[in-house]
Design a protein around this ligand. Structure first.
Ligand code: NAD
Ligand code: UDP
Length: 345
């Protein structure tokens, strides 16, 4: 039986992926409003530095675990946010089997936990479910154009399968699950070696390395600042009536990668120049969210213009890159086959 969001004075919220870029900002916001947070993270792409300030917070608990093997939590939980999954193309492609299993088996485990604890659930899905979109901008009812056998499929199809699982359990009345389709999000705490465009360009400019643009640079993306996204995720969890359908969360401002690189060069004093590299296979050409559903159902829209968010992120990287590695965990590439998976056994 689906239990709708409970307005308890003290909620316990499980944030899977809580040591990652978005997850750590979400954890901060939940603790700030008085929730108790259990962060579950394997540190595949997360960072101890992101949660180090919380170590002694009375409302914070860390469980270091892979969600593919997580079957129980020894205390009541009222809400679950599932953000556990590598999100950057080089990171999620480093161990594609594990990415797929994280999306399907890991999400399945968390949904089972939600059912047992009667906890409401927010699934971090992605604009990648639209693939290389033929419809523009992307509305939630667009079914997408994904290459199911290409190098991005472990993530795109994994997230699509996770959505299918979520809606099966919602339809069956077993879990109060809500699905956010998140568009490119950026901000402080992205790992310098994350590999996504904004962290790459800023780190390259700050360190004087060439700015790498893949393809012609005329492909577009829409960039959402992390605090706006976190507000949207919480609004989606808290809205009393379940939307019963996925909700796009993103900033509709659309920029070419060339425009973004020009903004970075104008913002960061640097000797860097632009170099063009081959476009990765199946790289989407255009991306812009239609956010009318989020606006109507959640009263949500982003507030931070790209110029402002980019400046904050540049300032953060400038400090982080000059801090010793003891204070900021420097990036590691994920180790392939991080967990034993029931494949081909
Ligand atoms: P991130 O890589 O910084 O964070 C992911 C976190 O999940 C990391 O802390 C990582 O260690 C953890 N993790 C990965 N696999 C795990 C597993 N099997 N078990 C336990 N922990 C695991 O990425 P992010 O940008 O913070 O993205 C967070 C979520 O939002 C992801 O699910 C991603 O798919 C989704 N999303 C993000 C964006 C974006 O632009 N940031 C866009 C669309 C969707
Ligand atoms: N990109 C680029 N240079 C980089 C990293 C990425 O030109 O150093 C391009 C990438 O090919 C894509 C866009 O920037 O067209 C956004 O890439 P990102 O990895 O940030 O996100 P995604 O492709 O998942 O939207």
């Amino acid at each position: 039986m689906v239990t709708m969001n409970k307005n308890r004075s003290k909620r316990t919220v499980l944030v899977a992926g809580g040591a990652g870029f978005v997850g750590s900002h979400l954890t901060d916001a939940l603790l700030a409003r008085g929730d108790r947070v259990i962060c579950v993270d394997s540190f595949l792409t997360g960072s101890h530095a992101n949660i180090r300030p919380l170590r002694n917070h009375p409302g914070f608990r860390l469980i270091e675990a892979d969600i593919c093997g997580l079957h129980q939590i020894d205390e009541p939980i009222h809400q679950i946010y599932n953000l556990a999954c590598a999100a950057s193309p080089p990171q999620y492609q480093a161990d594609p089997v594990h990415t797929m299993m994280t999306c399907v088996q890991g999400t399945g485990n968390l949904l089972a936990l939600a059912e047992r604890h009667q906890a409401s659930f927010v699934q971090a899905s992605t604009s990648e479910v639209y693939g290389d979109p033929v419809e523009h901008p992307q509305r939630e009812d667009y079914r997408g154009n994904v290459n199911c056998t290409g190098p991005r499929a472990c993530y795109d199809e994994g997230k699509r399968a996770a959505e299918a699982l979520c809606f099966d359990l919602l339809r069956a009345g077993r879990v109060d699950v809500r699905v956010a389709r998140i568009f490119n999000t950026y901000g402080p705490r992205m790992l310098p070696s994350d590999g996504r465009i904004i962290s790459n360009l800023l780190v390259q400019a700050i360190t004087g390395e060439p700015l790498t643009i893949y393809g012609s640079g005329e492909q577009t993306r829409s960039f959402c600042f992390v605090s706006d996204l976190v507000r949207g995720l919480i609004a989606l969890m808290d809205v009393p009536e379940n939307p019963q359908a996925p909700v796009n969360l993103g900033n509709p401002g659309e920029f070419t990668i060339n425009q973004l690189a020009s903004m970075v060069l104008a913002m960061v004093p640097t000797r860097s120049e632009i170099v063009y590299r081959p476009l990765p296979q199946d790289d989407p050409q255009r991306r812009r969210p239609d956010i009318s559903k989020a606006s109507e159902l959640l009263g949500w829209e982003p507030r931070t213009p790209l110029s402002e968010g980019l400046q904050q992120t540049a300032d953060w990287f400038a400090t982080a890159l000059t801090t010793t590695t003891e204070d900021i965990d420097m990036p590691t590439r994920p180790t392939p086959a991080a967990v034993a998976l029931p494949l081909g056994a």
